[in-house]
Design a protein around this ligand. Sequence first.
Ligand code: ADP
Ligand code: MG
Length: 209
Amino acid sequence: MTYPTTLLPQLIEAVANAIDENAEAVAALDQAIGDGDHVINLQRGLAALLAQREELGLLTWSAAWQKMGMTLMSTVGGASGSLLGTLFLEMAKAAADQALDLKGFAVVFAQGVEAMKRRGKSEAGEKTMLDVLVPVAVYLQSDACTAAEGLTGVQAVAIAGVESTRAMLATKGRAAFLAERSVGHIDAGAKSCQLMICAISAVLSAAPT
Ligand code: ADP
Ligand code: MG
């Protein structure tokens, strides 16, 4: 089964709600080891995507992700703006004009995450959003992940990824300035990515097959 882009308005609403509902918690995480603006940066980008959501739902995945990437690049700001923008622009390139089922989406997403690594000069293990996105990309491509079963699995993988950042020493982003003092805190970008992934997987799990 392939996913239609008519799901995009609902996906964007679910993501925006998940971030709004957890805004204080995410802000507190970025206040502890960053500069505290992460959730505001994201909310600015999500407000821009909400304004475009109906229009996005009429496009192909590739065209929608291209537009979303440009919007995120120009509205989010901070390190996360260029990284999330890169994710969507690369997914647009990778998707071309294909219809996407879960496995097709997994390949495209993994390519997007690789582009983020190049953009951020970073890898998983450095206490960033990649500690959620990389394991999720691996899981989505694994045999364990199927449309019927795997989308609850993806939530568990994302939550484990967030928790893994607690013990890590930050070596990228603003938290790296704190060195050892970053240990013991969860990364804000990892948390926001987990919230967005859980919101997306909940919508896709409920989508008619
Ligand atoms: P800024 O750090 O510029 O204020 P944000 O607060 O919006 O930007 O985003 C911070 C988040 O960005 C961090 O919590 C981390 O997850 C992520 N991040 C920062 N630098 C990198 C990097 N080089 N690679 C991957 N993720 C990064
Ligand atoms: Mg910040």
